[in-house]
Design a protein around this ligand. Structure first.
Ligand code: HEC
Length: 129
C-alpha cells in the first residue's frame, strides 16, 4: 500500500494502535434475533467464517486467496458495516454483494448452501460487529 517497508516493531506498534481504535457507532436498529441466528451461521464450522475471521479482532492475520483476485490479508470485521465498499477493490458495494460472485464464492466460506434467510442473518450479524 505504498510507503517504506516497516520494521517488525513498527508493524506491531501500528497493529496495536489500529486494533485499539474504537469501532464506529452502529447506525440503525438491529434485529437481535437475526443477529443471534447470524452468529450461529458465522461460527458454524461447515460455513467456516470463523476459521479466518477469528479471535477478538475477527482475523487470524493470515494472507490468503479467497477467490477475490489475489491473496489478501484477512481483514478484521470490527465495525465492518460502517466501511462500505467492501473487498480490497471495493467491488462489493453492500455486505449483500460480498456474498455475490465478486465475494469469491465457496473459496470464501462455504456460502453456496446457505438460504437467502441465512445470508440475511449473517449480514445482520456482520452489521452488529
Ligand atoms: C479462508 C479465509 C477466509 C474465510 C473462511 C472467510 N473469509 Fe472473509 N475475508 C478473507 C479475506 C482474505 C478477505 C479480504 C478479501 C478481499 O479484500 O478481496 C475477506 C473479506 C471479508 C469481508 C470484507 C471486509 C471488508 O472490509 O472489505 C467480509 C464482510 C467477510 N470477509 C466476511 C466473511 C464471512 C461472513 C465469511 C463466512 C461466510 C468469511 N468472510 C469467510 C478471508 C476469509
Amino acid at each position: 500500500m505504498s510507503g517504506p517497508q516497516l520494521q517488525l516493531d513498527q508493524k506491531n506498534a501500528l497493529q496495536t494502535w489500529l486494533f485499539a481504535l474504537p469501532a464506529p457507532a452502529k447506525s440503525g436498529v438491529l434485529d437481535d434475533a437475526a443477529v443471534a441466528r447470524g452468529k450461529t451461521v458465522f461460527e458454524d464450522t461447515k460455513v467456516g467464517c470463523a476459521t479466518c475471521h477469528s479471535g477478538a479482532h475477527f482475523t487470524n492475520s493470515a494472507t490468503v486467496d479467497v477467490g477475490t483476485g489475489g491473496a489478501f490479508q484477512v481483514p478484521s470485521l470490527i465495525g465492518v458495516g460502517a466501511r462500505a465498499p467492501f473487498l480490497h477493490d471495493g467491488s462489493a458495494m453492500t455486505l449483500r454483494d460480498r456474498f455475490a460472485s465478486q465475494g469469491g464464492g465457496d473459496r470464501h466460506g462455504h456460502t453456496s448452501s446457505l438460504s437467502g434467510a441465512q445470508i440475511s442473518d449473517l449480514i445482520a450479524y456482520l452489521e452488529s460487529l
